[in-house]
Write a protein that binds this ligand. Structure first.
Ligand code: ZN
Length: 362
């Protein structure tokens, strides 16, 4: 089933949108008269005001704050601040506001939209609306979420997509990224899945606003990758497993997730997407592990260890060879990847360094 994806409508009383789409670099930004549209430094942090009715104290407010905080770990000088209890929200009032609505004249069929105004080349207003009829959840419990076979659209991924627009980023369809299809741009380890900005959007934010000082570093690994594009959006799917000659291994779905069939002692290739969401090029070690559960830690059994060079540009989806231990009792296991498994990089976010793929060992 094709699901609706988050939309954007960019409006300006002063300029028309141009069709400029840079070809060589990652991310996409807005342009007016050949200039890049962004917030002037005097407006950063950009204050976003949440509506009192839509975001009373509690789960929805906390989820919105979680999305803002996740954006605020980006390596650029850009950040948001979030205020509460705005009792009068509307477009074109000079304030940046966030609210839930069922107004189809605003939503135009999208589950959420961002509205931007600018006075070339400076952004002057960003408003975000969410459709209150969408099956959003604020839960980070994986089994509730669309990307893991659940019934709910993760609110935080959609919020981060719209906040990305509010920071000056356009849709991007060439890479695994939050400005493409947002709901399966997510990091999971064990039963928790959390939204994050990701490498491409972090790179774009640095392009727009420069690197923050002191520098922030962050590397990550996820079991998602780009699968294609749908209009302006990248589409994503789970990373996969292959035999030693590169053919896809057979798999089945269990609890909404793929499980690959492997044999004891088999040499296989395991695929993950590695990201550098930080300021500087990193050369982390990446360890691969066998685990009896989907919580991947360095206490699991290491089966391979390789060196990676991760430049901040676009996410890196790679296959690595590992051998399934021949002493395993047949049954369900997980192959884990841990980036910076020797913990040499001081990171602003250490909880996105490990993820898994399920296997059924024969
Ligand atoms: Zn969008």
């Amino acid at each position: 089933m094709k699901r609706p994806i988050a939309g954007l409508m960019a409006l300006s009383l002063f300029v028309a949108i141009t069709g400029y789409m840079p070809k060589a670099s990652a991310y996409q930004v807005y342009k007016c008269n050949g200039k890049t549209i962004k917030w002037p430094s005097s407006k950063i942090p950009v204050r976003m005001r949440s509506a009192s009715v839509s975001f009373p104290s509690g789960a929805w407010r906390n989820a919105l704050l979680e999305a803002v905080n996740s954006w605020n770990r980006n390596p650029s000088k850009f950040s948001f601040s979030l205020t509460y209890n705005d009792s009068s929200v509307r477009r074109q009032n000079g304030q940046n506001e966030i609210w839930f609505t069922s107004d189809d004249s605003l939503l135009n069929g999208a589950p959420a939209r961002a509205f931007l105004r600018w006075r070339c080349p400076n952004l002057t207003e960003a408003d975000i609306v969410f459709d209150n009829r969408v099956s959003y959840t604020t839960s980070t419990s994986k089994t509730l979420l669309w990307p893991y076979g659940g019934r709910n659209r993760p609110f935080q991924t959609t919020a981060m997509h719209e906040l990305g627009h509010a920071s000056g980023l356009r849709h991007e369809n060439r890479y695994y990224n939050i400005m493409g299809q947002d709901w399966d741009h997510i990091h999971a380890n064990a039963s928790t899945a959390r939204a994050y900005a990701g490498e491409d959007a972090s790179h774009g934010s640095v392009f727009l606003y420069g690197v923050r000082s002191p520098q922030r570093q962050d590397v990550a690994v996820v079991h998602w990758k780009r699968s294609g594009s749908s209009g302006e959006y990248s589409t994503h799917r789970r990373t996969q497993m292959y035999n030693s000659s590169g053919s896809l291994l057979s798999s089945f779905t269990s609890s909404g997730e793929p499980v690959y069939r492997v044999n004891k002692g088999q040499r296989v290739q395991v695929e993950f997407t590695y990201e550098n969401n930080g300021a500087s090029t990193q050369r982390p070690r990446v360890g691969f592990y066998i685990s009896t559960n989907n919580l991947i830690t360095t206490f699991d059994t290491k089966i391979a260890d390789v060196g990676f060079t991760l430049v901040r540009n676009t996410p890196y989806t790679a296959k690595n060879s590992v051998t399934i231990p021949s002493n395993l009792t047949p049954g369900r296991y997980y192959i884990g990847a841990i980036v910076d498994n020797n913990n040499r990089i001081g990171e602003i976010h250490e909880s996105n360094n490990a993820t898994y793929i399920a296997i059924q060992v024969n």
